[in-house]
Design a protein around this ligand. Structure first.
Ligand code: SAM
Length: 293
């Protein structure tokens, strides 16, 4: 059995429960909603009340931060060997999904191992719905060539800031603002192939020209298109999401369709954030395939 990777750095999940989570990020203690945390908290009410910023959702689906003494919305942190710009956005997001750290380490290991065995033959990785670039940067750090695709220019710029902070800005990374499906179809027409593909689709999203992405309708066609650009010497395929109903087995079956006939190994599970007490906070699901060698 491989040793589990425990990410270190300036992010810690302090406690969870009562459908909320208490996180330490840099100098900030944040309180955010976590509907999946349907158990009791372990820390005292006084410790929870000491949060520096609290994010509350309103009935319209929006929300806002309430600040105590500290009021900056931006900070830099080190986490899982990467350097991130954190922003307390109006949506309650921070620009970091710490639950992805296990996947980052899994990809880093696979890439380094393949590069070593092939004397550095290029590995091309496509990251779709790439957000602020955690997976892009982890793969780049390990030595792969990256194509980073997201529909929102603002988050692509944010990912570039993270690359600069992580000193990876001079590595081969193409930063693209594009619709995931349109881009993959274009790559298939151009016969551009990838050794690694990463997808972290939202439940609902929009491409740069308003193209609607609804996971229940649009994930299957996207996976079909990805199948066409997965190289014969592919190394890995990673699918993750935070959509209720998309269980590890659901994702496994979808990944199986993509890698059918290739051998290798598929594993699936919940993405987990370790809490300082040792408990785990389930935060989404994944299924991932890697080639035998
Ligand atoms: C990181 S993913 C979702 C993360 C997580 N699975 C969740 O559900 O919150 C969200 C990203 O997908 C991007 N996105 C949404 N629709 C897209 C599309 N059609 N093509 C490319 N990127 C898209 C968004 O801009 C956003 O950065």
């Amino acid at each position: 059995m491989t040793t589990p990777y425990i990410p270190t750095g300036d992010y810690t999940l302090l406690d969870s429960g009562g459908e909320r989570k208490l996180e330490q990020i840099g100098d900030y203690r944040l309180l955010r909603q976590a509907p999946q945390a349907v158990w009791n908290t372990r820390m005292t009410a006084a410790e929870w009340n000491a949060a520096d910023a609290v994010y509350e959702r309103d009935s319209t689906g929006g929300g806002d931060w309430q600040f105590g003494q500290k009021t900056t919305r931006k900070m830099e942190i080190l986490y899982a060997n990467l350097h991130f710009q954190i922003k307390l956005t109006d949506f309650g997001h921070l620009g970091l999904f710490p639950e992805q750290a296990q996947n980052w380490e899994w990809m880093r290991r696979l890439i380094r191992d393949r590069l070593q065995r092939t004397n550095g033959r290029n590995i091309h990785v496509l990251n779709l719905f790439a957000y602020t670039g955690g997976s892009t940067l982890a793969c780049s750090q390990a030595g792969a060539h990256l194509v980073h695709v997201d529909a929102a220019k603002g988050v692509v710029d944010w990912a570039k800031e993270n690359a600069l902070l992580s000193r990876l800005h001079e590595r081969p990374i193409r930063w693209l603002v594009d619709d995931a499906l349109k881009f993959v179809k274009r790559e298939a027409r151009r016969e551009n192939l990838y050794q690694g593909i990463i997808l972290d689709p939202p439940s609902f999203g929009r491409g740069p020209k308003g193209e609607v992405f609804k996971i229940e309708n649009d994930l299957m066609p996207l996976l079909e298109a990805c199948k066409e650009i997965l190289a014969p010497d592919a190394l890995f395929f990673l699918l993750s999401c935070h959509t209720p109903g998309f269980t590890p087995t659901t994702l496994r079956n979808e990944v199986l369709d993509v890698v059918d006939g290739r051998g290798g190994r598929i594993e699936e599970g919940e993405m987990l954030i370790p809490e300082q007490s040792g408990r785990m906070l389930p935060s989404g699901t994944y299924a991932r395939w890697h080639a035998e060698k």
